[in-house]
Design a protein around this ligand. Sequence first.
Ligand code: ATP
Length: 379
Amino acid sequence: MKSLGSIRRDFAPWNDPNAKPYIQFDNVTKKFGDFTAVNNLSLTIFEREFFALLGASGCGKSTLLRMLAGFEEPTAGRILLDGQDLRGIPPYHRPVNMMFQSYALFPHMTVENNIAFGLKQDGMPKPEIAARVAEMLKLVKLEQFAKRKPHQLSGGQRQRVALARSVAKRPKVLLLDEPLGALDKKLREETQFELMDLQQKLGLTFVVVTHDQEEAMTMADRIAILDKGEVMQVATPPEVYEAPASRFVAHFVGNVNMFEGKVAERTAQTTRIAGATGAQIVVENAGDAAAGADIVFAIRPEKIRISSRKPADAVNALEGEVYDIAYLGDMTVYHVRLDDGQMVRASTMNAARVTEDPLSWNDRAWVSFRSDAGVVLTR
Ligand code: ATP
């Protein structure tokens, strides 16, 4: 069987200039009184995509979802689905369904009746309902729980009922607002994979809202990072992490070290950065940063090597003192105070049981990294 990863790797319609977007937010603005919750935002989502809207509380992600579902209308701009302008179309006539948290299940109804509810409302013939419910129960692996009530299920099982209920009507697009918010960490992780699997099996387009970056990174084909009603970047998880477009994105996703500085010299191969606090850094790719420009050099902690001696081959090596060590089991995080005062975070995987180069608090240490290990940000 092909793993999910190998299936998804081939899926990248956003790179195909001929691919038609399925959902389009076209200069959408949403105001509540004087307050602008969504500000002239444009975004495209492709059919069968697992798309995540990621942002801090209040950035407007739920508002975007609610406009797509039809619970709110944009103040300005258009939302198109498969080329059709959705304005004025009521929620129940849109090929879109919203999955609500598991506590929105009907407590007095059995699992199968919960799943059948929407189908009955639509007047689907009884034998068809029975067949569809059976199919859904199988899909979420709850066949033997059909007759139970929600309170007789675990949190994860309830979540699966909520999911089955929301996909029973075969919407083209499923909207999920913090779908795993009520689950504990372990169950969340399991359910993330179940969601991805289900989305693949059904061939649906998923738009999920989350404030949890790990969740977005795990599940989504692409992530839109939002701030104050605007899109900061739309990209695949590896791009968001390895090539953040701005300081905001670099900070928002994962841990990062930032060196403020200026582009001191550009040649065809390398760029030299003069750090504001004195560090000299050589990078391979400085993007469009011109000589003399104020920039930030951003580098992830796991791309930095820490050692007690200066590595002979290092292009970039900075000296300092071990300020703090956090042993996390699978990895160790070091905070090193460079001699120029800047604090640097470096993490090492504990692949072996004994570290080769044991460093302790207040030891002199070198942090080193390759010239292609970080990114130069101009925004
Ligand atoms: P959270 O993660 O906290 O749910 P969010 O990114 O989903 O946040 P939204 O619910 O989209 O945020 O809200 C965006 C902003 O719009 C918030 O500042 C919120 O207070 C405001 N807002 C949302 N709905 C309304 C409303 N009906 N009337 C007035 N202001 C609203």
